[in-house]
Design a protein around this ligand. Structure first.
Ligand SMILES: Cc1cc2nc3c(=O)[nH]c(=O)nc-3n(C[C@H](O)[C@H](O)[C@H](O)COP(=O)(O)OP(=O)(O)OC[C@H]3O[C@@H](n4cnc5c(N)ncnc54)[C@H](O)[C@@H]3O)c2cc1C
Length: 134
């Protein structure tokens, strides 16, 4: 049912109401990986940063279930890799796809010369027909 016009106007006013005013020398809009990394880098260099994120939670289209070796190396460079590994996760070196004539491994991260030769995977569930290899 469509809300009465008066309700709709009140809702719009509530959404545009100014609830807080703060001074900052740097405001980053968007707390995704890009915004969060930039905010952390600037803050570590002593720049006062305000990071704004419009979502209050992660209850939306899921992304980021795997963290790739190159990303782990960046996280290691900024001192966050070990902390991240404290969070429960699984490690997989690549997918195994089941065909009628047997399993097929399209790639194997275990052959990479890196401290992190695998996907760090926070979700155990995989699409049907694909399973993790260790
Ligand atoms: C379905 C899907 C699955 C993915 N899975 C993986 C994966 O498993 N591993 C991986 O490494 N990468 C994955 N990616 C890619 C990864 O999500 C992106 O590379 C990464 O999120 C890009 O980061 P970003 O900070 O540039 O943008 P985003 O992550 O999009 O961050 C932008 C942020 O800005 C916020 N925002 C936007 N407008 C405003 C506003 N006006 N005010 C306040 N906040 C605002 C948004 O809410 C959002 O949080 C996936 C992408 C998709 C779409």
């Amino acid at each position: 049912m469509t809300p009465p016009i008066a309700d709709s106007v009140q809702t719009q006013q509530a959404e545009s109401e100014v609830v807080d005013v703060r001074q900052t020398s740097c405001c980053i809009v968007g707390g995704g990986p890009g915004g969060a990394m930039l905010a952390l880098s600037l803050a570590r260099r002593g720049v006062p940063v305000t990071l704004l994120e419009m979502h209050k939670d992660f209850d939306r289209e899921f992304r980021g279930d795997t963290i790739h070796p190159s990303v782990m190396e960046i996280l290691d460079q900024i001192g966050l890799a070990d902390k991240l590994h404290e969070i429960p996760h699984t490690k997989v070196t690549g997918p195994t796809i089941q065909f009628a004539d047997g399993p097929f491994r399209p790639f194997d991260l275990g052959r990479l010369k890196t401290r992190f030769p695998d996907f760090s995977n926070s979700l155990p569930a995989k699409p049907p027909g694909i399973r993790n290899s260790n």
